[in-house]
Write a protein that binds this ligand. Structure first.
Ligand code: ADP
Ligand code: MG
Length: 271
């Protein structure tokens, strides 16, 4: 199935629009909207009547203990077939995406950085990035220009050029895996970026590097960002506009960045 008029051309126009006229109504109306969403897996209710709105340019954090449903929510937004939506809607810029395939969601501007990225033998990082670039941009760029762009991204992520020749995630350290997820986001320039525990498995230097790249991406592309995390350490380097606490599939409290600080001090018990 193709979505008429909504594959690369519109997302491309949106980006033009976003960068050019940030104050107009078109820009402010764009958002990832989760309406009264309930999710089930193998007859088990995981997310219960969840509401969330992420506008372009906003940074949200969802924090919650293990097993609270954070990854399930992320997978469901991205279109993982194992998760069943029993109620509610997921809307990207007014398009209901409940029944769209993952690649269609991706072309609408959604991107999920996985908590546990998979290895794919035989596919080089370079070829993968080149093909995701082509799938998300209408204007084709010559390979040497693409390489120049990539080199900038690699530098920002503190990765060497040799990284491009390796097979996807094969033998990668925890930090390299998470950096590859961010590298993909840099190449695609999504409108909405969901980072599922991108801070886990990173040492302090890698954490700072990744945080800086995500902040820059958010500034430059005006993407709406959802940071999913168990700990608040990433939020020391990327200041969220909103923090939500997820417990047993429900948002039990929302606030600003101070809520993350409070959680660090007092833990999740109180909620
Ligand atoms: P979090 O990311 O917050 O740690 P998850 O979304 O991974 O939480 O898990 C939420 C709940 O859903 C847990 O009880 C987990 O066991 C269950 N769950 C998640 N994925 C599956 C699955 N594929 N099969 C069965 N249960 C699952
Ligand atoms: Mg998880």
């Amino acid at each position: 199935m193709t979505i008429a008029g909504l594959s690369p051309p519109l997302s491309f126009l949106r980006k033009q629009e976003k960068r050019g006229q940030e104050s107009n109504a078109f820009y402010t109306n764009l958002m990832l909207k989760i309406k009264n969403l309930s999710i089930q897996i193998e007859n088990k209710k995981i997310i219960k009547s969840l509401n969330l709105e992420i506008k372009l340019g906003e940074i949200h954090a969802i924090m919650g203990p293990n097993g609270s449903g954070k990854s399930s929510l992320a997978f469901t937004i991205a279109g993982h077939p194992s998760y069943l939506i029993t109620k509610g809607e997921i809307v990207v810029d007014k398009v209901v995406i409940n029944n769209l395939a993952p690649d269609e969601r991706s072309r609408l501007g959604l991107f999920l950085a996985f908590q546990y990225p998979q290895a794919i033998t035989g596919v080089s990082v370079f070829n993968f990035l080149r093909s995701i670039y082509n799938a998300h941009h209408i204007e084709k760029i010559p390979i040497h220009k693409f390489k120049l762009e990539l080199n900038k991204y690699l530098k920002a992520l503190d990765l060497s050029e040799a990284f491009l020749e390796r097979y996807l995630n094969e033998g990668f350290s925890g930090g390299e895996k998470k950096k590859l997820e961010i590298l993909q986001a840099m190449v695609i320039e999504p409108n909405y970026i969901i980072l599922d525990e991108t801070d886990s498995g990173l040492d302090i230097d890698a954490l700072k590097t990744v945080a800086k790249s995500v902040s820059k991406l958010s500034e430059q592309t005006k993407a709406g960002i959802l940071i999913i995390t168990h700990y608040q350490r990433l939020l020391n380097y990327i200041k969220p506009d909103f923090v939500h606490i997820l417990k047993q599939g429900k948002i039990v409290k929302s606030g600003d960045y101070k809520l993350a600080k409070e959680l660090e001090k007092n833990g999740y018990e109180k909620y």
